[in-house]
Design a protein around this ligand. Structure first.
Ligand SMILES: C[S@@+](CC[C@H](N)C(=O)[O-])C[C@H]1O[C@@H](n2cnc3c(N)ncnc32)[C@H](O)[C@@H]1O
Length: 299
C-alpha cells in the first residue's frame, strides 16, 4: 500500500521551498513530503530526513539512490527527541523549515506486521523502533491494572478504561495475550454491545493508547518542540501535522506559549484540516490537523 502524504499541498504552501534551501523532515516515513520538497529546492537544497524505524530508513535509502537523490537527502535513523544532537552531528545548517507529520504511516498499519491495526491478526508489538525494549505485548501481559487503566484513560481517552483493564488482567491469567485479535476479543468482552455497534471501532482508543505508550509519543513531542525552535533561524518555519487531540493540544499550547514570549508568530490561528476531496482519496487524512508558525526575527 502506498502512503499518501497528508496535507501535502498545504505543507508546500506553508514551507514554500525555494531553490537551494534546506529543510528537516523529522518524521520522514516513506518520504512523501520530503521528496516533494526535494523537487522544489534543487539544485543544491537538502533535506535532512529522520525516522526511528530502521526498516523505513533502509527502504527510503534504496528509493533515494534509485532517484539519484542520495546527495540531497540525508537520512538518519534516530528518535526526533534527539533533534539538536542529530543536527549538530550532521552539521546541518541554514535551515528554512522543519516538518513533523506525527504518528504512524500507512505502511505501519498495513504492512509492518507489528500489530498496529486491530483489523489484522498480528503479534502485539506496535514499536516504530525495534530496539525499544517495550512492546504492546509487555504492557498487556505485565503491567498492573492501574497502569493499564491509566494509559487507556490518558492516551486513549477511553470511557471504558476501567472495564477493559480489569478484563485484560482477568483474561491473562489463562495464558499470555499475544495477538491483536486476542486483544480485540477481550475489549469486546469488556465493553457494552452499544459501544461495539458505534461507527468508531471499539478497539480504536485502546490501540491508540498502547501505541502512544509503547513509543512514548507525547513525551517525544514535548521534548522536540523546544529543540526545533532553538535550531530554527529567524523566519524559519515550523509545521506540525497531528492526528489526535492529545498531540494537537501539546502543539497548540506550545505555539501559544512561544508566541507570548515573542519567539514564534502563529500563522494558522486555527488548525488546517484536509478538504473533502483529500479525505475521499485518503480516509486516514480525516483526523489530520496542521499548525504552522514562524520564528520571529528579533532585530
Ligand atoms: C505519518 S508517518 C510520516 C509520513 C511521511 N510524512 C510521508 O509523507 O511519507 C510518521 C513517521 O514518523 C516516524 N516517527 C514517529 N515517532 C518518531 C520519533 N519520535 N522519532 C522519529 N521518527 C518517528 C514513524 O516511524 C513514521 O514513519
Amino acid at each position: 500500500m502506498v502512503h499518501i502524504p497528508v496535507l501535502q499541498k498545504e505543507v508546500l504552501q506553508y514551507l514554500e521551498p525555494k531553490p537551494n534551501e534546506n529543510f528537516i523532515d523529522c518524521t520522514i516515513g516513506k518520504g512523501g513530503h520530503a521528496l516533494a520538497i526535494l523537487e522544489k529546492n534543487g539544485p543544491n537544497g537538502k533535506v535532512l530526513g529522520i525516522d526511528q524505524d530502521q526498516e523505513i530508513i533502509q527502504c527510503l535509502k534504496t528509493r533515494a539512490a534509485a532517484k539519484g537523490e542520495e546527495e540531497r537527502l540525508i537520512l538518519v535513523c534516530d528518535n526526533f527527541a534527539n533533534l539538536e544532537e542529530i543536527v549538530k552531528k550532521q552539521n546541518f545548517k541554514k535551515i528554512s523549515g522543519i516538518l513533523f507529520d506525527l504518528g504512524m504511516s500507512s505502511w505501519h498499519l498495513e504492512e509492518s506486521g507489528r500489530g498496529f491495526s486491530f483489523l489484522r491478526n498480528e503479534p502485539l508489538d506496535m514499536r516504530y523502533d525495534l530496539r525499544n525494549p517495550l512492546t504492546a505485548e509487555k504492557i498487556i501481559n505485565f503491567w498492573s491494572e492501574p497502569d493499564i487503566e491509566k494509559i487507556l484513560k490518558e492516551f486513549g481517552e477511553e470511557n471504558f478504561s476501567e472495564k477493559i483493564a480489569k478484563t485484560i488482567i482477568k483474561e491473562r491469567k489463562f495464558g499470555s495475550i499475544k495477538t491483536t485479535f486476542q486483544l480485540v476479543r477481550i475489549i469486546k468482552k469488556a465493553v457494552p454491545l452499544r459501544y461495539q455497534e458505534q461507527r468508531l471501532h471499539c478497539a480504536t482508543r485502546t490501540f491508540q493508547a498502547i501505541r502512544i505508550a509503547v513509543n512514548e509519543e507525547l513525551e517525544n513531542l514535548r521534548k522536540v518542540l523546544p529543540q526545533a525552535v532553538e535550531i530554527l533561524p529567524a523566519e524559519g518555519k515550523l509545521i506540525v501535522i497531528s492526528f489526535h487531540s492529545l498531540e494537537d493540544r501539546i502543539v497548540k499550547n506550545f505555539f501559544r506559549e512561544k508566541a507570548r514570549e515573542n519567539i514564534l508568530k502563529i500563522i494558522t490561528k486555527k488548525p488546517v484540516s484536509p478538504d473533502l476531496k483529500e479525505i475521499k482519496i485518503n480516509t486516514r487524512s480525516r483526523s489530520g490537523k496542521l499548525r504552522t508558525a514562524v520564528k520571529i526575527c528579533l532585530k
